[in-house]
Design a protein around this ligand. Structure first.
Ligand SMILES: Nc1nc2c(ncn2[C@@H]2O[C@H](COP(=O)(O)OP(=O)(O)O)[C@@H](O)[C@H]2O)c(=O)[nH]1
Ligand SMILES: [Mg+2]
Length: 221
């Protein structure tokens, strides 16, 4: 019998679910961001400080992922933004089917901006496509500038690198230029921001970036 070689990638169920979500976000003109980092880098803080402002002009919602608790959902709602929580139990990442299931809870087909805050760690979330337009990775200055080199897959799949807690730079041995150089050595051309959710440094710039992305996604839909 003749052998047929098939070189096409066999899509996993998650890849297929993510492709469906991506199509849905494109149809609806929703700009979708998957935000990832170690626990405590400041993902929820960044959302608390920026999304209230964006929600004055745009339809914004957040899907929160954590092993346990609704704490982050409640923090986002207090900031005036619609949110729902996925409690993964023990799982260290979110999957596309879980996102799809939650969309009806947040008017998911009428959004300009959807933020998915992934489960905190620099490993598993990098492996799962959620249909997002952009992967954003956060690192805070207490974590060490070598993290992009130690967790290259996370930085390789990310489009934007956000360095948070710059207010703490005077108190820690952390070289911000080196951290960005390390990130770019893994992913050349990666966009980057330096922010402090405590002082507000860099938050205007990040809001302007969100706005630019929202508007260009709307134009394409
Ligand atoms: N000093 C300082 N602390 C921050 C900053 N951003 C967040 N934090 C603190 O870091 C801790 C973890 O923040 P959180 O937003 O819950 O991180 P997440 O686990 O990535 O969502 C909280 O105690 C925040 O108040 C910052 O820019 N500067
Ligand atoms: Mg959080």
């Amino acid at each position: 019998m003749d052998k047929i070689s098939i070189n096409q990638k066999i899509l996993s169920k998650n890849d297929m679910d993510a492709a469906n979500l991506r199509e849905r976000f494109a149809r609806n003109g929703t700009f979708a961001v998957n935000i990832m980092s170690s626990p405590g880098s400041g993902k929820t803080s960044l959302l608390e400080k920026t999304l209230g402002r964006l929600a004055e002009k745009y339809r914004v919602a957040v899907i929160e992922g954590d092993l346990q608790t609704d704490n982050d959902k409640e923090r986002i709602e207090k900031a005036g933004v619609k949110a729902c929580q996925i409690q993964t139990g023990g799982a260290c990442h979110l999957e596309a089917a879980e996102i799809e299931k939650r969309l009806p809870l947040i008017d998911g087909d009428s959004l300009d901006l959807l933020i998915i805050e992934n489960v905190g760690n620099l490993v598993c979330p990098s492996e799962y496509d959620l249909g997002q337009d952009v992967n954003m990775v956060l690192l805070s200055v207490t974590e060490g500038e070598d993290k992009p080199l130690k967790y290259p897959t996370m930085f390789f799949v990310s489009d934007v690198f956000v360095l948070n807690k710059t207010d703490l730079l005077p108190y820690v041995d952390f070289d911000a230029d080196k951290a960005e150089e390390n990130a770019r050595s893994i992913k050349p051309g990666m966009e980057h921001f330096r922010i402090s959710c405590r002082t507000g440094e860099g938050l205007d710039e990040i809001c302007a970036w969100f706005e630019k992305k929202i508007l260009s996604k709307k134009k394409c839909s």
